[in-house]
Design a protein around this ligand. Structure first.
Ligand code: NAD
Length: 263
């Protein structure tokens, strides 16, 4: 299926590893010109070189901490200057800490909203003028199944990503007639560094063996396995494509059937 992404400028946030990296690789493989960001210069440069080597597409690495307003602005400005007007934005960040729901301080809450909600809001605000001028745009936000089925140990994720989902849904309606779509993808447990970290926490906090800690995550998944980053990236690439022009304002889980709700 031709996705129509060739030559389009795409921004993928938090893409030196994990889901962001897989999405950037997939978009680049479809011929998009991709800008990626993360905090470590070494890791984001290596990621860009790897994607460029595997796909032959131009990939621009930008060092940026998404929890800092000025870094978000610089990420977008650099990408626009080097690659041209932005047509596609994939918002993503590192995940917030896990713990008992009332164990977090006000500072923890502010940091989580800064990292997850405000980073996406600021990215969206910054790229929308380009999309409006082109009368075409795609915004996809990577959230979590926690927006459909809250996870007891991840209240910071449950709350901040739900706020982001509400923002995206609101914008989807307002911008629908301008051919700019907004969707979210909601990963269940997918095999990345973040997942390893959560499993490691369960081992150290609850004294579980690695197998027991993994079972805790997959026992509720009907497919009884973790997802692969490429399985999420394929969906994101489709939602970013010409083919997905009539899909907006929706949240698509990529979770092996883990969410039990009807919608
Ligand atoms: P990951 O930890 O493997 O990768 C996170 C990426 O974000 C890395 O490139 C890291 O460098 C970058 N990053 C972290 N903090 C940043 C910051 N402040 N500024 C810029 N870059 C930053 O995580 P992942 O598994 O790829 O997950 C991506 C997002 O999806 C996270 O928010 C995670 O909580 C969420 N999520 C993941 C899963 C899963 O199972 N993997 C499930 C649900 C939700």
């Amino acid at each position: 299926m031709e996705l129509g992404l060739r030559g389009k400028t795409a921004l993928v946030a938090a893409a030196s590893s994990g889901l962001g990296f897989a999405v950037a690789l997939r978009l680049a493989a479809e011929g998009a010109r991709v800008a990626i960001c993360a905090r470590s210069e070494k890791r984001i440069t290596e990621a860009a070189e790897r994607i460029q080597g595997e796909t032959g597409s131009h990939v621009l690495p930008v060092v940026a901490d998404l929890s800092r307003r000025e870094d978000v602005a610089r990420f977008v400005e650099t990408a626009r200057r080097e690659l041209g007007p932005v047509s596609i934005l994939v918002t993503n960040t590192g995940g917030p800490p896990s713990g008992p729901p009332l164990s977090f301080s006000d500072d923890d809450w502010e940091a989580a909203f800064g990292l997850i909600f405000y980073s996406a809001l600021r990215l969206i605000r910054a790229v929308l003028p380009d999309m409006e001028a082109q009368k075409w745009g795609r915004v996809v936000s990577i959230t979590s199944i926690s927006v459909k089925q809250p996870i007891d140990t991840l209240v910071l994720s449950n709350a901040t990503r739900s706020a982001l989902t509400a923002l995206v849904k609101t914008l989807s309606t307002v911008y629908a007639s301008r051919r700019i779509t907004f969707n979210t993808v909601a990963p269940g447990p997918i095999s990345t560094g973040r997942m390893e970290q959560l499993i490691q926490h369960a081992i150290s906090r609850e004294g579980l063996s690695p197998q027991e800690a993994l079972s805790q995550w997959i026992s509720d998944i009907p497919m009884r396995r973790l997802g692969k980053p490429e399985e999420l990236a394929d969906l994101v690439a489709f939602l970013c494509s010409e083919r997905a022009g009539f899909i907006t304002g929706t949240t698509v889980p990529v979770d092996g059937g883990a969410v039990r709700g009807l919608f």
